[in-house]
Design a protein around this ligand. Structure first.
Ligand code: HAM
Length: 445
């Protein structure tokens, strides 16, 4: 029987040729989070299933249909379908909420949901997300939304809309649920089986159902904004004021309810129409009741997560800039064993100073080695043969302009190479500066 070694449906391979794109998002995300006072947290890939049932919610699609649950011996575990539940569990278990508030953490992690795979919707996907615990002020909502917006801007993403809504607190939700039940009751027979069940337990979930019929029926349902209590309404008004002050464009979209049960008050999504149905690149909101629900004190909290695969689909489509992948600084093309050993020693030293140095590991002839150096885009090459070894010096060739500089093959080799590399860097910067409109005013001085 043939062994199936293909990757599972809904997973993706990230190849070396693309990994710089991931590094770009991760680096800019880390820097942005740090500039807002967030530190990194790393949490387990799986948790007790109960954690997700009690946080994400038993009537959500995620818990009802999408969790990867494994039974190991007598215990049941679930691969994290998102990062919030595990992060809050980690904060509680390690006493982080007894330290200075607000606690601010971010994470970059993989998530697992058994969804129907399509472009932008995977079964294993990655999130950059963050959580802030301790502040009930709408200033915190504005801060977190502003962080997301700053990051999307730094990644140079365009045509992304921010939608905000408030889904109230348990007080206003009670009245709203009554109105929703009354509305859906009249068309109960048309709802899918899951939603028939949700009608009693959690009617707001019907608004998030993926079935086209339930979505159609939900279009005319009452909206939560008409049911907000004074406190929730005031919170939402202040958030809008702060966003306006921060110059962040937004649209109020009363249809946003989010697919997870823990949210209260503010919910938001950043959405692009450029990549089809899976256009939500970031989703988040406030969850003031979750920490208490998981056994902690009453600590208001909020956060968001971005789907990294979705960000990259948009960045590719919009030709956004990525960090340059690391290229070889210096390649030693060698003839004979002695030269190869010299290359090995010189490379060792160069690498200690941070350079990317390489020499032949494949037993190639000189011509093939030079071809290889070209292919990998080496910035400089050095040919080492009997003559060079005898004379104790070799020529370092700049592969861009063909210039050659002689260097002695002694313990000063790295220092001499550093000078050449630095000169090259300076002339590169000069060229960049000349071509940049930012610097053109200097010409008039
Ligand atoms: P979420 O809306 O379920 O929220 O997911 C956040 C983001 O993850 C989505 O906007 C999307 O970009 C990405 N995403 C979700 N599912 C998939 C999938 N199947 N394939 C690819 N990308 C996907 C949460 O996960 C919350 N924990 C966010 C949060 C943090 N709320 C408060 N704090």
């Amino acid at each position: 029987m043939a062994v199936n070694i293909k990757r599972p449906n809904g997973t993706e391979d990230i190849l070396p040729k693309d990994v710089h794109k991931w590094h770009t998002v991760e680096k800019i995300a880390r820097e942005t989070a740090a500039s807002f006072g967030f530190s990194e947290i790393r949490i387990p890939t799986f948790e007790n299933t109960d954690l997700f049932m009690r946080s994400v919610g038993e009537t959500t699609d995620v818990v009802q249909k999408e969790m990867y649950t494994v039974k190991a011996k007598e215990t049941e575990f679930t691969l994290r379908p998102e990062g919030t539940a595990g992060t809050i569990r980690t904060m509680l278990q390690n006493g982080l909420l007894n330290e200075a508030l607000p606690q601010r953490v971010y994470y970059i992690l993989s998530c697992f949901r058994h969804e129907r795979p399509q472009a932008g919707r995977l079964r294993e996907f990655h999130q950059f997300g963050l959580e802030m615990a301790g502040s009930k002020s709408p200033l915190a909502d504005a801060e977190v939304i502003s962080l997301a917006k700053t990051l999307l801007d730094r990644l140079e993403l365009k045509n992304i809309e921010l939608y905000i809504n408030s889904i109230g607190c348990p007080t206003c939700r009670a009245e709203y649920h009554k109105a929703l039940r009354a509305y859906f009751e009249t068309r109960k027979d048309e709802l899918c089986d899951t939603c028939k069940d949700r009608l009693e337990k959690n009617p707001m979930r019907i608004l998030d159902c993926k079935s086209p019929i339930c979505q159609e029926i939900g279009k005319d349902a009452p909206v939560i904004l008409d049911y907000l209590c004074e406190e929730c309404s005031d919170h939402f008004e202040k958030l809008k004021k702060y966003l306006t002050k921060l110059n962040i464009d937004f649209k109020v979209n009363p249809k946003i309810v989010r697919g997870l049960d823990y949210y209260t008050k503010t919910v938001f999504e950043f959405v692009t129409t450029e990549i089809g149905a899976q256009g939500t690149v970031c989703g988040g909101g406030r969850y003031d009741g979750l920490i208490e629900q998981l056994g902690g004190q009453h600590v208001p909290a909020l956060g968001f997560a971005m789907g990294i695969e979705r960000l990259l689909i948009v960045m590719d489509k919009q030709n956004c800039d990525y960090l340059e992948p690391r290229k070889c600084d210096i390649y030693f093309a060698t003839m004979g064993d002695e030269a190869l050993e010299e290359a090995m020693e010189l490379s060792k030293e160069l690498r200690e100073y941070g350079y990317f140095a390489e020499y032949d590991l494949m037993g190639r002839g000189l011509k093939a080695q030079m071809k290889y150096a070209n292919k990998i885009g080496a910035a400089f090459t050095v040919v080492l043969g009997e003559n060079e070894l005898n004379e104790g010096k070799a020529k370092v060739k700049n592969m861009k302009n063909g210039e050659e500089t002689e260097i002695r093959l002694n313990d000063k080799f790295t220092a001499a190479f550093e000078d050449i590399a630095m000169n090259e860097m300076m002339s590169f910067l000069e060229e960049e500066t000349e071509n940049s409109p930012l610097f053109s005013f200097n010409d008039n001085n």
